[in-house]
Write a protein that binds this ligand. Sequence first.
Ligand SMILES: *Cc1c(COP(=O)(O)O)cnc(C)c1O
Length: 466
Amino acid sequence: MEYISTRGGVTGISFSEAVMMGLAEDGGLLLPRAIPRVDHDTVERWRGFSYQELAFEVMSRFIDDIPAPDLKALITDSYASFNDPAVAPMVHAGELHILELFHGPTLAFKDIALQFLGNLFAYLLTKSGDQLNIIGATSGDTGSAAIHGVRGRERINIFILHPHGRISTVQEKQMTTVTDANVFNIGIQGTFDEAQAIVKTIFSDTDFKHHYRLGAINSINWARVLAQIVYYIYAYLHIRTHEQDRTVGFAVPTGNFGDIFAGYLARKLLPEGAIGSLILATNENDILARLIEDGHYSRRPVVATSSPSMDIQAASNFERYLYYLFDKEPQRVAGAMADFAQTGVLDLRDQLDHIRRDFIGCAVSSDEVSQTIAHYYRTYGYVLDPHTAIGVRAGQQLSGKGTPLVCLATAHPAKFFDTVETAIDTRFELPSSLAAMLDMPSRCEVMEAKMEDVKAFVAKHALSSS
Ligand SMILES: *Cc1c(COP(=O)(O)O)cnc(C)c1O
C-alpha cells in the first residue's frame, strides 16, 4: 500500500515511513493512495472474530511492509492492557447501542489508537536502530494516553508539558504516577497555551529538532486513524448479528475529527450501504456543526465546556476529508489550507450537498449534556460521560427511525466525575484502579513557563543517537 500527502508533495512512501513521518513533509496529512473495498462474503467471514482478529484483517489491508506474525503480535500486545476481554464491549440502553471504547489504561478512547502507536513506534525503531524523543503539550487526555502508550519502552523518551494545577486530579495523576525512567512530566507554571507555545518554539529550532530526533504526539498520525477504523466494523458486525441486512448509523462526539473520519473510511471499506448516517456531534465549539449547517468552515475562539477533550476549533484531521471532498486533487487542498491559515475561513458552499451526504450533525450545549446524563441514569441506570452524552443527545435528535444507531462512548464517566455527579445528583463510585492510582507515588518537574529552561531540561534527558 502506497501513501501520499493530501497536498501532493509526498508520494510513494510505505506504511512504516508514513508512521515515522507523522505530519507529511509538505505540511499536509498522509493517506493511503486508495481505500480497499471488502465484499459481502469477506465481511461474513469476519463474523465471530475477536477484536484482535478483526483488527488484523482490517489493518493488514493497509499495511504491506510488516510481516503478518509481527503485526499480529503488535495488535495482541496493544489490547492486552484493556480491562475488558471484548476490548470494545457493546451495551444497550433503551433503543441505543453504546460501544464502550474506554476500557484502556487511561479510560478514554484515545488508548485504542495510542496503545497501538506506542508499540508500533517501538517495533519500527528497533528495526531501524533509531531513537525518538516525543515532546508535546496536553490539556489532559492525549498526554496521558500517549504516556501510557510508550511507558517503559526502549529507544523512546517522552516529555509531556501540562499546565501545573490546571488539569483535573484524575488527569494529572494518570500522567504523573507513571514513573518509568523514559517518562518526563513537566508541570508548567502557566496556561495550556503557554505550554503549547513552548513546544512549538522548540520544534521550530530545526537543528535542535534533528539533533534530538524530536517527534510529536501527533493527533494526525495515520496509524491512529487506522486503529480507529476497526471498531466501526466491529460494532457493525455485532449489530448485524441481531438485525440482518440493516444499515447501521453512528453518533460520534467530535473534536479533532479523527474519530469520525475513521468512520468515514470504514464506510468506504465496507460494502455499499453497510454504514449509513455518521452523526457529527460537537459541544459549543461548533465549527464542524456550523459547516454542515451553512457551508462555512470558520474558526472562532475556543470556549471551555464540560467536555474539555472536544474544546477544539480547527479540527486537525479535517484536511484528510477535504482531500476527498476536492476529488483527490492535492493542489485544491493545498490552496484551501493556505487560505484558511490566512483568513480563518473556508467557503465550502459549493460542496455543501456533498458534505450533507457524508455527515449530519449538530452542536449540544452543556445544559443538554447534564440533562442527557441525568435522563439515562434515571431511565436505564447507565452513566454517560459528558463527551459520550453529546453523541447520544445528537443521535436522539437526528437519527432516522428504525435504523440501529451506535453511540461511541469515548470516556469512562469517572474521568469527569465532577460534572457527572452534579448531573445525576449522586455520589459516584470510582473504579478501584482509579482510586488506587490517586494514592500512588508521582513524579513531575514543575518549571516556570520559560522556553529556554524547558529546552535545557529536554536536552539533558533526551536520548541521543550520536
Ligand atoms: C479526543 C476525544 C474526543 C474527540 O475525538 P476526535 O477524534 O478529536 O474528534 C471525544 N471524547 C473524548 C473523551 C476524547 O478524549
